[in-house]
Design a protein around this ligand. Sequence first.
Ligand code: ARG
Length: 459
Amino acid sequence: MAQLWGGRFTKETDQLVYNFNASILFDQKFWKQDIAGSRAHVRMLAKQGILTEDERDQILAGLDGIEADVESGKLEITQKYEDIHSFVEANLIDRIGDAGKKLHTGRSRNDQVALDMKLYTRDEIGEIDALLKKLLETLLSMMEEHIHTYMPGFTHLQKAQPITLTHHIGAYFEMFRRDRQRLSDIKERMNYCPLGSGALAGTTYPLDREYTAELLGFAGPTLNSMDSVADRDYVIELLSALSTIMMHLSRFCEEIIIWNSNEYRFVEIDDAYSTGSSIMPQKKNPDIAELVRGKTGRVYGALISILTTMKGLPLAYNKDMQEDKELTFDAIDTVKGCIALFTGMVSTMKFRKQVMEESAKNGFTNATDAADYLVNHGVPFRDAHGIVGRLVLYCLDKNTSIDDLSLEELKEISPVFEEDIYEAVSLKTCVEKRQTIGAPSELAMQKSIEAGKAYLANS
Ligand code: ARG
């Protein structure tokens, strides 16, 4: 047991209590951020004349040594220490002696851990953002490729109107674009430095908090020392954004699982991203898509967990807040893994264009267009809707489709139909006539693709 306190205690901590309390097993994850925070703190202390330049240089050299040795594996972070803060400080003192004991001047582990967690999550937001950007690039190149890959668009998982694969993928492009914007909003809002807030009430040393904040790349210091050590809003916001990313991935996975089924056969997932069955030799299962869908639950769980942990906490710091870490780390790692795997899976998936197009042709996906045809020939929409409804009933009875009826049959239901109805309800017309912003026609989708390219070039 190695801990930073003990002066006012007359007994050793019970081993079980020590284990229960210790956080080194998980907070070692931000060992680099802990060192970075200490460097900034020490530079500020020296600038303010609280430490001498010589003490500062000794401490900085000691921290460099610890960093290099942990990096190379020469120094191991072990459970001998209560937390990562104790590990760094104890090692520093071992290395440089008395000067090391001055590192913690004007600092508490409360503002230190608040800083470390912020630095860590800020770095991870950058990584998640880069993964999302790569996913968006992949989706955009798929959009460019499939501008004429026709497929049914669904509502209620019932065929509704024909669209293209570009249009469908474009919907997800928008979702993941918003996910990136959410991350960037969070980063901006959280980017204030809590260091220098002490345990809860600031310190009596003349710290320059603005300088520390600047050294660590923050927009400025946080403005209330109680809030600084008690705030985990950014963790909640991040987990909420991560939950939304998982929700988007999961919806896409669900569609891929459906499209990959024997009934649909729209896509074939690459062998590298599928698995077999131990008993049924014919099986090729979409496990990766299922796992991404399945892992959504644990990320939601992390969000609910931290919300619940925080809801009853009086100001300022409480040890409950140590519970923010494991779940957040797990959620971050889960999301990063899922985005990377998902990107690989979709970029190697093969689409069966013919099957998709055939599917778009049946199921009366052109019924709205048949009604629109009548409207364009002077029939009020409500009447046109009724006429086409009867048409569909007739087709169902004859087991055929609107396009396959003869003009005589069509005219029997409405004399307004003429030869040009066939062109009007063809799959191509149904898609290409839809030219409003965001609609599936080539014209509209080319504009979306251009806008997507411009966005990716500038963000
Ligand atoms: N491991 C602690 C945490 O994660 C560090 C802060 C400890 N502060 C304290 N007063 N015991 O929150």
